[in-house]
Structure formats: C-alpha cells, structure tokens
Design a protein around this ligand. Structure first.
Ligand SMILES: *Cc1c(COP(=O)(O)O)cnc(C)c1O
Length: 371
C-alpha cells in the first residue's frame, strides 16, 4: 500500500555535501557557517545582518526572546490556545504565566478582542502565532500592544518565506521568531532564529545562546574562544552548530522551489475539494504565504475520516489540540472557538516531495469517505 506522509524533510545531495564539508574541516561548533547563515537569512529578509540571531531550536528562540525582555515570574504573556505546545513551554520556562486566549474562527489566529479581555497589570507581552503561515490579523495585535504597552513576540515558526505588506515575514515586527526544525518550510536539522531591531534584545540573545559569555559570538565567528570573560545574566547552551547552518544554507537556496511547490499543492487541494459540502477551508491567501500545513475543517465525523485515511496509508494530523485542555496549562475558563476548531480540524499531507497525483489521490479518498 502506498504510504503518504503528512510532512517530512526534503533534502538532497546538496545538503549531504555541505554537511560533509563541515565534517571535513573538523570544526563542528558555532563558527563561519553560522555567521554565513545569519547573513543569508538577513539578506533574504531584507535586513541588516546584525538583526538575525540563530539558535538551536525555534523554542529556544522564543525562550531567549522572552528572557531578553526581562519577562519572568509574576509576569503574564498572552498566547493563543491553538498552537504547538512549544509556544507555551517557552513562556512557562521563564517563570511567567502563559495566559491562553481564543482564536478567530476563519484563520485560527489570535483573537485580539479576546486577548484584550485578558490583559491585566501583570501582562508584559503578547505572542501571536502565524497559524498555517498566516499572520492576517497582526495589525489588531500591534494596536492592542500599543494601547497597553506590551511587547510583541511573533511565533513565526510556520511562516518562513511568506510575505506580509510586500516584504518577507520577519522584515517588520517587534521580535519575530522562526523555527527550522525538520519539517518546517526550510530546515537546518533543528534550529531557530530571533529577528529584531531591538539592540538590547540582539545583544542579550547573542550572549545568552552561549552560556551568557559576553561577546563570545564575535570570537567564535573568528574561529576562536573566550578565555577571560564576564557573565552578567543567565545563559543557555542554545547556539546553532556549523553542521546545522550548513544544512540551512542549502535549504535557503531552495526556498523558491519549496514555495512554488507548497503553494500550488495547497491551491490544488482547494480546487479538488471545493465541491465537497462537508469540508470548509480556513481563509488563507496562498499567493502571499508558503503554507507549512494544510488544515481543513471537516464538519462531520472528523475522527472517522482521520482513521479511515490512516488505514489507507494517508497520514494526517490535528493542528492543534488546544493547550488550555492540557493538565499543565489548564484554564478555569472555556475557549469556545478553539474547542470548536479542535473538533473539526484535519491537516492533510503537505510537503515539497508530494506530487500533484498524490494530492488528487488524497482528495478522491476524502471525497469517497464523505459521500
Ligand atoms: C515548530 C514550532 C515551534 C517550535 O519550533 P522548534 O524548532 O520545534 O523548537 C514553535 N511554535 C510553533 C507554532 C511551531 O510549529
């Protein structure tokens, strides 16, 4: 039976060769490849090279961004309930409290009105999540942040390569965090990046990724180490390695191919499933975003559809189980839109190695089940 994966890394001989190159130079830690990857990312985002800081995961990017703003115990951070648990764990790792908010039904994006109701004197920041790569609605979040003097940390883990206001996502914004884990729009194996124009955040995150050793980044990029140094803040072992950066550099070269492929497959899904009365789509405009996932709403029997697709070799997923239903993040209040979407959402396979025939095959199976 044909097996179709929900998502996967898409790698070629270029990545293999790049990693072999790093191994051959016997310098695996953070050095020249990481510096180059940061520069290439900045160039892609149309930013000055100093504005990108690479780390080992998207979760660490969020964690360091929060810590660099002195967010910690006693503080509150607003976050949508529909997101990967990484967003929540990054907040709680600082000692701050994630305050879970509802989402907008059409896009699963953070609902600014619901978020506003949850603002208190302890609220320090707001973390909108680019669900399925879309950040439509971010303007309302920025105006909320201005009214209450909140910092904005955009969880852009899904949306690398997408555009907003005619610029790449990451070009505008307070602090934008990306993930390059294995299945994201581009991968560096594992990896993440913090993008901002805030000089203090840049300085602090650069040091914090290397155990807080001040200015160690500069020395590592010259192939050296620091022997006499000062540490003034909590640091972590969160830097990116040359092996990871070498993969990331090759992946970034392929972004146009990945983009075309993901966009056209998403459009094909929409076209094929549009006559199916039990399916509705979220309101995404695939010309502007590179869809990381392809969630649809199945109005009836979602679980049955999911099991049957799996039985016919088609992997599918649920993005996401609302975090306010988890033991560790449980809220005393309901979040009705998140719960409604949770009962209906089903993500169909989407990755650049999927063919048009695969999509047509999946659509036929889905339609047969719902008929
Ligand atoms: C992948 C992801 C993250 C975390 O990224 P990692 O690189 O896996 O740590 C954060 N938020 C969302 C919404 C994600 O999908």
């Amino acid at each position: 039976m044909k097996k179709i994966r929900l998502s996967k890394s898409c790698l070629g001989p270029e990545e293999v060769q790049a990693v072999a190159g790093v191994l051959g130079r016997d310098f695996l830690g953070m050095g020249k490849e990481v510096e180059q990857f940061e520069h290439l990312l900045a160039q892609y985002l149309q930013l000055d090279p100093s504005k990108v800081v690479c780390v080992n995961t998207g979760t660490s990017a969020l964690h360091l961004a929060l810590l660099s703003l002195d967010i910690g115990p006693g503080d509150e951070v607003l976050v949508p309930s529909i997101t990967y648990v990484a967003s929540l764990q990054a907040i709680s790792a600082t000692g701050a409290t994630p305050v879970l908010c509802d989402v907008i039904e059409g896009t699963a994006f953070l609902d600014a009105e619901d978020a506003e109701r949850r603002v208190t004197l302890q609220t320090k920041a707001i973390m909108p999540v680019h669900y399925a790569s879309s950040s439509v609605g971010i303007q309302q979040i920025y105006s909320l942040s201005e009214r209450y003097n909140l910092r904005v940390i955009e969880d852009a883990a899904h949306s690398f390569g997408s555009t907003r206001d005619f610029k790449p996502v990451g070009h505008y914004g307070d602090i934008v965090c990306f993930s390059f884990d294995g299945i994201k729009n581009i991968t560096s194996g594992e990896g993440g990046a913090i993008v901002t124009s805030d000089l203090q955040v840049l300085d602090r995150t650069r040091d914090a990724r290397l155990l807080g050793v001040e200015k160690d980044t500069d020395r590592r990029f010259q192939g050296e180490r620091s022997w006499l140094f000062d540490v003034t803040r909590q640091g972590f072992r969160y830097h990116m390695s040359n092996i990871m950066a070498a993969i990331g550099i090759e992946q970034l070269r392929k972004i146009d191919f990945f983009s075309k492929k993901r966009k056209s497959l998403a459009k094909l899904y929409k076209q094929c499933l549009s006559d199916c009365s039990f399916i509705t789509f979220l309101n995404f405009e695939f010309d502007h975003l590179i869809p990381h996932i392809f969630p649809v709403r199945i109005i009836q029997n979602r679980d049955l559809v999911m099991t049957s697709l799996r039985e016919s070799g088609i992997e599918c997923g649920i993005h996401y189980q609302p975090n306010h239903l988890l033991t560790y993040f449980k809220t005393p209040y309901p979040l009705p839109t998140s719960e409604l979407l949770f009962s209906q959402l089903l993500s169909l396979p989407l990755h650049p190695d999927l063919s048009e025939d695969d999509v047509l095959y999946i659509c036929e199976k889905v339609k047969a089940l719902l008929r």
